[in-house]
Design a protein around this ligand. Structure first.
Ligand code: NAP
Length: 232
């Protein structure tokens, strides 16, 4: 007999990543009696459908998240956000402390440098921008919100890959726009790098499988990668 006094298991996943969506699918499949809620910041116009329930938008800081945890009867909190989404992760740690809810961190591990990788590891995007040598042809593998930072580098040719056509022209002096998702294999990424005569890749060390193919392709071609290291 189930204990009626026991609150229903209610898991809040802080999401916005492929890994969070997979976790929601797995939990819905393995815990049919539980409520599985995925929280999205609301940055993506048309997010992919999620298993279980979804909620969208900021909570209003630590206090807001703690209030939501209490009001919704959350019994477990899981941080599966993007590794560079630092604010929400810090809020989650603090809200878990305030509410005493069991808390698990499931953010991706960073990529590890392998023999053959030519990495310039930097602390932030400003340092990454300044590390690009003049005359370079750079695959800029970053979200659209970061592109403007590179506008001052009119001595560099940028190749920018985006999933959706941007609403406004990119604020970059010399660039090519490639529409599409990152390639799944090193062979696909190698083709892109060769086609655009890329000399450098610039990206963040996001970890995970989805974006790793370009790192493998760079290794195979002996291309340098300017990489923002989150551990610094
Ligand atoms: P952030 O700087 O850590 O968060 C800024 C604020 O956005 C947070 O304080 C919170 O507002 C709200 N927020 C962030 N993630 C949320 C979530 N999952 N549910 C509800 N509110 C959330 O985060 P960010 O870098 O803007 O990333 C936002 C979301 O996009 C994350 O869910 C992340 O997993 C996803 N994402 C980020 C990146 C990236 O490069 N940063 C890449 C892919 C996906 P309140 O303080 O009001 O609660």
């Amino acid at each position: 007999m189930p204990d009626k006094a026991q609150p229903r298991e209610t898991i809040l996943i802080l999401g916005g990543t492929r890994e969070a969506a997979k976790l929601a699918r797995d939990l819905v499949a393995t815990k049919p009696k539980a409520r599985i809620i995925t929280s999205l910041a609301g940055r993506t116009r048309e997010p992919a459908p999620l298993a279980g329930e979804a909620r969208t938008g900021g909570f209003g800081g630590v206090e807001g998240l703690a209030g939501y945890i209490r009001d919704t009867g959350i019994t477990q909190l899981i941080d599966a956000t993007h590794p560079f989404a630092r604010q929400i992760s810090a809020n989650a740690v603090e809200a878990a402390r305030l509410t005493g809810v069991p808390f698990e961190i499931r953010t991706r591990k960073p990529w590890v440098k392998h023999p053959g990788d030519i990495w310039t590891e930097v602390e932030n995007l400003e340092q990454a921008r300044d590390a690009i040598p003049p005359g370079a042809r750079v695959l800029l593998a970053l979200g659209s919100q970061h592109i403007g930072l590179f506008a001052s580098r009119n001595d560099v040719h940028f190749v920018v890959r985006m999933i959706d056509q941007p609403e406004r022209p990119l604020d970059l002096p010399d660039h090519a726009l490639v529409l599409g998702r990152p390639g799944d294999t090193a062979a696909i990424e190698t083709m892109l790098l060769i086609t655009h005569s890329i000399t450098h890749i610039l990206c963040r060390n996001s970890g995970g499988k989805a974006a790793y193919a370009k790192i493998e392709a760079a290794r195979e071609l002996g291309l340098p990668v300017i990489i923002v290291d989150r551990s610094k």
